[in-house]
Write a protein that binds this ligand. Structure first.
Ligand code: PLP
Length: 401
């Protein structure tokens, strides 16, 4: 069995393009007879070296293991970060972020964000004495006004879920830095292949790797990619947020299994081609939806009339493959359209190779501001004409009934 030090990586990896690093940074066979694909190491326990424990060897799988190390190394590289921590789900990564705060601390979050984060805050963290404000992050002046002297963290999600609002990561990360707040970007909808928050000045990029990074709807996971510990506000040399997050990951143990890490690393190899193809299709579909008689409004940052189009163009390499649109009609019309599809799968979640869509309001919490006639579409890898034909026939059938 190899030690941490003998895990291989391509020579001169730092000069390679991210697409290449996604294939070679976690594992590169550099010895004759070495497998092209890394082994899956299911062991939960590892033999100690002769003179007891050492930082150069694995000991217990909750703390670290070969497959997790390979995945964390690749994610760190794709995001040009200093470190990455992987978790058993996106929400476990979210939870870790709130756990490093203290009672009385205040967090600024977007008014439109993944509803699971809002539910976690309302159901769990208010009891713990954390305080929160939800603000329109497209208005940096509002963000400044909502801050208090106990604000510790600024949470961004861009494009937001489900309204695809675009937040200026560079401007808000600067505001956070000036005020000593930790800036976090939930980058689940874009991935490092499209948008790299750390390069735009944010401290931490957060992922539900369940979505595009996994890409095949067959593995749950989460990740935090971090800039250097001394660059993240909120700690001193002994007790940094980065250090607290790593300790929390190991102590609390909400970690993915070695097989989940192995699957995730396999998926990262095709991330760039998947998301590029899916985005080309999404752009075509968003354009066709615009102006369709049965569609009231389309939300997609690749459209010129999207209010965040310019900022999206500056901070995203591509507009991504998620589209929301409101049908002409009410909740019933949208529900009927989603059920009328023959190809697009009515399902929650997103980022898989199969196209999925859902009536978003029914997936969210009571009192959500998401319009009742809104459908959220995750464009997959099917031929775009087949996806479009299915949308058209679904919109037609929902009118006929
Ligand atoms: C933007 C975003 N962040 C976080 C999560 C939570 O991830 P997970 O379901 O892997 O816990 C989701 C899940 O849908 C999401 O869409």
């Amino acid at each position: 069995m190899s030690s941490k030090k003998t895990q291989s990586k391509a020579k001169g990896s730092n000069t390679l393009h991210p697409e290449t690093r996604a294939l070679h940074d976690g594992w590169h066979p550099d010895k004759p007879g070495a497998p092209i694909v890394p082994s899956w190491d299911p062991s939960s326990v590892f033999r100690h070296p002769d003179h007891g424990l050492s930082g150069d060897s694995w000991s217990y799988s909750r703390l670290a293991n070969p497959n997790r190390d390979q995945l964390e190394k690749t994610l760190t590289s794709l995001e040009s970060g200093a470190d990455a921590l992987v978790f058993a789900s996106g929400m476990a990564a979210v939870q870790a972020m709130f756990h490093i705060l203290s009672p009385g601390d205040h967090v600024l979050l977007p008014d439109d964000l993944y509803h699971g984060v809002r539910n976690l805050i309302n159901d769990q963290y208010e009891r713990w004495g954390l305080t929160f404000d939800f603000v329109d992050m497209t208005r940096p002046d509002e963000v400044g006004r909502a801050a208090t002297d106990r604000t510790r963290m600024l949470w961004m999600e861009t494009p937001s879920n489900p309204m695809l609002k675009i937040t200026d990561i560079m401007a808000l990360s600067k505001l956070a830095r000036e005020n000593g707040w930790i800036s976090v970007v939930d980058n689940t909808w874009t991935t490092p292949a499209v948008q790299r928050p750390l390069e735009l000045g944010a401290d931490i990029a957060l992922y539900s790797t369940t979505k595009y990074l996994g890409g095949h709807s067959d593995v749950l996971g989460g990740a935090l990619v971090l800039r250097k510990p001394d660059q993240i506000p909120g700690g001193d040399n002994e007790n940094t947020p980065a250090g607290r997050l790593r300790t929390l990951q190991r102590q609390a143990g909400a970690v993915p299994s070695p097989f989940d890490c192995w699957l995730m690393l396999r998926s990262l190899k095709t991330l760039f081609v998947r998301i590029r193809t899916q985005t080309v299709s999404a752009q075509r579909i968003a354009e066709k939806l615009t102006g369709h008689a049965d569609v009231e409004k389309v939300y997609y940052p690749g459209l010129q009339d999207h209010p965040g189009h310019q900022i999206a163009g500056a901070q995203m390499d591509l507009p991504g493959a998620m589209i929301s649109f409101q049908v002409t009609g009410d909740d019933e019309t949208a529900l009927r359209a989603v059920s009328a599809s023959r190809l697009i799968i009515p399902a929650t979640s997103l980022g898989g190779v199969e196209s999925t869509w859902e009536h978003r309001k029914t997936s969210e919490y009571e009192g959500t501001a998401t319009p009742g006639n809104l459908i959220r579409l995750s464009v997959g890898l099917e031929h775009p004409e087949d996806i479009w034909n299915d949308i058209e026939q679904s919109l037609k059938r929902c009118r006929l009934r």
